[in-house]
Design a protein around this ligand. Sequence first.
Ligand code: PPS
Length: 568
Amino acid sequence: HLIEPHGGKLMDLFVGEDKAEALKKEAVDLPSLDLTDRQLCDLELMLTGGFSPLDGFLRKADYDSVVEKMRLADGTVWPMPIMLDVSRDFAEGVKTGTRIALRDGEGVVIAILNVEDAWEADREKEAEKVFGTTDKAHPGVAHLLENTQPVYLGGRVEGLEAPTHYDFKHLRETPKELRERFAKSGWNKVVAFQTRNPMHRAHQEITLRAARQLEANLLIHPVVGMTKPGDIDHYTRVRCYEHILRRYPEQTTHMSLLPLAMRMGGPREAVWHAIIRKNHGCTHFIVGRDHAGPGKGSDGEDLYGPYDAQEMVEEYAEELGIEMVPFQMMVYVKERAEYAPIDEVKDDETALKLSGTEVRRRLQEGLDIPEWFSYPEVVEELRKTHPPKHEQGLTVFFTGLSGSGKSTIANALMVKLMEQGGRRVTLLDGDLVRKHLSSELGFSKEHRDINIRRIGYVASEITKNGGIAICAPIAPYTQTRRQVREMIEPLGGFVEVHVATALEVCEERDRKGLYAKARKGIIKEFTGISDPYEEPENPELRIDTADCSPDEAANRVLLKLENLGYFK
Ligand code: PPS
């Protein structure tokens, strides 16, 4: 006998093959919505019963109650609002009774939503109640306030088919499949471990201790849907998990992947995680220090206390049914050569730990990560996807006025890099791009922004694949340059070089005769003359070509790249 699902019944919202065929035909004439990755994650767990007792997206009454009281309208504990957010345009004409075809990224109809409620919510209030703050440094809050569409739809959902995954198929199991596995293997006490990070020895220690204490089996249940921006991608993580799994006693431990979109909601999220694990047939759930923590707020203070999540799960323990296994932070005690909870370390002992930030730094610099911290095969796996800086891709982004010398320096830099050899280099010069990528664009703010985003996109792909992209557009707008930086920095290096040659000097040179034409009004919207140029405030490097030759300038860029660690 396995633990009861939340609310008493494991939901399965799929309609069955015959009805699915009929619904697919009906869907052709229905309004249809292409779901975001996040919505698709929510829908998948709803359909398979991971979100039992939900039978669809929250209706208005449930939403209000969840936000205010952490309960569905019928009183069942439910901490996280799950609605379908849509634009006002889309919502126009949608009313009670409207049926909407919900499609995945490839246009396949996954489910049909029967709209029961459509409303615009007070999202500041939702943030305050659900996340305890409106600080956008909190990723869940930022998503809610900045990237969530204004109209919420709620109502029952009919599932046609599960969203397709091509990766790690053999490791993905629905609540039903996991329950069947547990039943078959006679696992009636299972402790689940939630994670969004690679697992190192401290994590293994926690899970082993929990399983031993309880004499229970262990489920490693990592999130592979969406985690905190900047996290290590799930492909790398799953390969790491596969390595560490071999280090567990045989027959005791199982790993399964959870397509959850996390909100980093700390305490409320911990309660949600517990419910999801209960639905997957687990009897116990590990909650460690700072569970599902969003990090620090914009004031530099932690958004939640380290054990807030444990306290909230404890508060609801009775109603949840799944038992929490709380853990202190685990540290390596040097003198004992073993791990221990931090509160069990004696005064004369040395507690060792490495923060996630420190691990990332060591990967970046190619520095040692000790064996007490992580198994060598796990570290090696991480090093493959996180090579040291000098093996990573990189974008050098020049910005400056027309005639400032961007192209000349960019060319010289490219040639010098080719001379060094060993790196693949692509030059995305302003004129070149306008010929090949942006030939239809003019020089309005809108068109310039499109142009820069295209350059940014191409550069991000080059960077992601380990090459060096050299860009040299004018790129006059700060915000657009920031967007490009944000797009590229997670994938490799981004070095902004402001070619700060003064307008008078550029105009004096007037190589292409454009300034003369701009002054006469023959060319409109000309940067510096009749169009703005916003100077970069914090570029990695600023060069004025009035007092240095192209050779010198390119050399300064090379030295800067060296200084930032991009060469060995
Ligand atoms: S932007 O703002 O970044 O999209 O501009 P960019 O793609 O770099 O294009 C700049 C080149 O186009 C020529 N040109 C103009 N520049 C600025 N303003 C106006 N109105 C304009 N019209 C044509 C100019 O030759 C620029 O090349 P560079 O190499 O910068 O001199």
